[in-house]
Design a protein around this ligand. Structure first.
Ligand code: IMP
Ligand code: MG
Length: 375
């Protein structure tokens, strides 16, 4: 069984939490695109961790290996920091991590260029865009170049057990293993299919897996993760965005502050036309809806059912006019005996499935593993 877990909105959907939970049933967790602009929040034994580059592996299980694929742009110093931190709590994890030598490297000047040039996009300033730009300009620096130059950071990573091997060197292992591909950002931030130019520069759709060289892999399921409301960091169109007090209260309830930058996230209601667009563009065949706990206690929950014009191009999100419906809310998802609340949640889920035309296979209602339920 091979699966992908992709972001179905603008990132921060809870992919890290879901990946962490499912990872024990897989042999490899593979990042294939993006870089340290990602912020994947994970809770292990009640302690909060944020991974920017490392896959969201449950390190309490020894058998899981991690791979950083060639579609990524890697800040090697950041990687060293993350591996060192992981080693403190989970000694030996370094030796279970592999880096594709064909991946590109983020240089200090890339971060400077981001700060100087990409304010209007709301970049995370991690040097992602400029690193990808150099790659496309055919003047990028790859991990293999750094290895050949005897970079001391590569040596430090190797000393921690990190191995530098490409997809073809590991192909036999991959072919006889269960693979979980962990997306970064979200389909609406994808360079090709997101809301250009307000996008990141990595691949957030299923295409990114193949672009990173995994052409021999058959994916049994491609999950799209979406929150039961919507958030966005950075600039660009956001059709269901809330403002003022309403926004502030949802932001507080959901603790919607960027895991990477600490910025307050923009917040709004669930946007079904956007969800549907992202499923179609991203190759999603199953949905996972998260954060049901955050909306607990609302009488009615607004949901954008349609736009005046159904989006078929990213252009259609500019000045989109959503039409809302109000669905019945639930009281308390923490109380398992509150059958009425669960009934309302499953009705809400049925409605999403019907509107989007993609099954919802899982939901999440909290940060612990037992808050993830099969639908
Ligand atoms: P960049 O990838 O840092 O250049 O940022 C480009 C846009 O994507 C900005 O609006 C960022 O806020 C957004 N972005 C990049 N990575 C993430 C992420 O992991 N979660 C949410 N937004 C992101
Ligand atoms: Mg995030």
């Amino acid at each position: 069984m091979n699966i992908a877990i992709l972001g179905n909105q603008w990132g921060d959907e809870g992919k890290g939490h879901i990946t962490h939970h499912l990872s024990k049933d897989y042999d490899w967790v593979i990042r294939f695109g993006g870089g340290a602009n990602a912020g994947h929040t994970i809770y292990r034994n009640g302690k909060k961790y944020v991974h920017n580059l490392l896959p969201s592996i449950d390190f309490t299980h020894d058998h899981i290996k991690g791979f950083l694929g060639s579609g990524m742009v890697l800040d090697l110093e950041q990687l060293l920091k993350e591996v060192s931190t992981a080693e403190q709590d989970f000694p030996g994890v370094g030796s279970k991590l592999y880096v594709d030598p064909d991946a590109f490297v983020v240089l200090p000047e890339h971060k400077e260029t981001d700060k100087a040039n990409n304010k209007h996009i709301g970049s995370t300033n991690r040097g992602i865009g400029p690193a990808y730009a150099d790659k496309v300009m055919r003047k990028g620096v790859r991990v293999i170049d750094r290895m050949n130059d005897g970079d001391p950071i590569i040596a430090s990573l190797s000393a921690l057990g990190v191995q530098f091997k490409g997809v073809l060197e590991l192909k036999e292992d991959f072919e006889s293993s269960r693979l979980l591909f962990e997306g970064a950002q979200g389909i609406l931030l994808d360079l090709n299919h997101g809301i250009y130019p307000y996008v990141s520069c990595g691949d957030a759709t299923v295409a990114g897996i193949y672009a990173a060289g995994f052409n021999f892999v058959k994916l049994d399921k491609v999950y799209g993760v979406a929150k039961v409301y919507t958030t966005k960091v950075g600039e660009g169109p956001f059709p269901t965005e809330l403002h003022g007090d309403e926004a502030e209260s949802l932001r507080k309830l959901g603790n919607e502050y960027g895991a990477t930058t600490g910025r307050p996230r923009r917040v709004g209601w669930l946007d079904l036309p956007a969800l549907k667009y992202a499923c179609a563009k991203g190759g999603i065949n199953s949905l996972i809806i998260t954060k049901f706990d955050i909306l607990s206690g609302m009488e009615e929950i607004p949901v954008a059912e349609t736009y005046e014009k159904t989006p078929t191009s990213s252009k259609d999100f500019f000045n989109a006019k959503p039409n809302y419906v109000k669905l019945k809310g639930w009281k308390d998802v923490k109380d398992y005996n509150d059958f009425d609340s669960y009934d309302k949640i499953w009705k809400f889920v049925d409605y999403i499935e019907e509107q989007v035309g993609v099954p919802v296979d899982m939901i999440s209602k909290g940060t612990s593993t037992r808050d993830i339920l099969e639908a």
